[in-house]
Design a protein around this ligand. Structure first.
Ligand code: IMP
Length: 179
């Protein structure tokens, strides 16, 4: 049994499809203002270590837009809360280079040791919002090789190619050793 510490039910739904023995613990933890997702995850694991009983995982993700030098990146949650998808589209108005990637860093705390599993999904920022599935930046992200946005894909389709799907499959392969 693995506890996923998150406020985000969408993440839980996606992740449980890959690792069914996941249980959601709705709990807030401080997010360090750092330069990388990896630092945010390290800090959070250390913070949670003596507060959570047993093995647990956390997920920190971000959208990195090439033409904006990687913005919003580690600020993705705050930027989504403030300017949202429309704000990003405005920043990208008239910008030809629409390349971007999503990155997930999963932090795993197991038997007292901490590990990180990483997944990246490359794609492009869509010209406008499309689709009703998923969450966050999904309506404005078109994964490489697709015409649809993440928000136009099913959870299964998104999981097959997404940053989180990739990190979760690495996690799945990794935890086999601990069973
Ligand atoms: P965090 O990992 O919860 O800190 O997420 C940072 C921001 O990125 C939040 O605004 C999320 O909604 C957004 N986000 C995280 N993962 C995804 C995803 O898979 N698709 C779209 N947006 C995401």
């Amino acid at each position: 049994m693995y506890k996923l510490i998150t406020h985000n039910r969408h993440k839980y739904t996606e992740m449980k499809k890959i690792i069914p023995e996941l249980e959601m613990v709705d709990m807030e933890y401080p997010e360090l203002q750092a330069d990388t997702l990896e630092e945010v995850v390290d800090f959070a694991i250390n913070y949670l270590r003596d507060k959570i009983d047993g093995n647990f995982i956390i997920d920190d993700s971000g959208l990195f837009i090439e033409a904006l030098n990687g913005f919003p990146g580690v600020y993705s949650a705050y930027v989504h809360k403030t300017i949202g998808n429309r704000g990003i589209l405005k920043l990208m108005d008239g910008v030809e280079n629409r390349r971007a990637y999503f990155k997930t860093v999963i932090g795993l705390n197991i038997d007292g040791y901490a590990y990180k599993l990483i997944g990246i999904c490359h794609g492009n920022i869509a010209p406008r919002e499309r689709g009703n599935n998923g969450f966050g930046y999904d309506p404005i992200f078109i994964p490489m090789g697709f015409e649809k946005t993440f928000a136009e894909l099913s959870i299964e389709e998104k999981n097959r190619i997404s940053h989180r799907g990739k990190a979760m499959r690495k996690l799945e392969a990794f935890i086999v050793k601990f069973r």
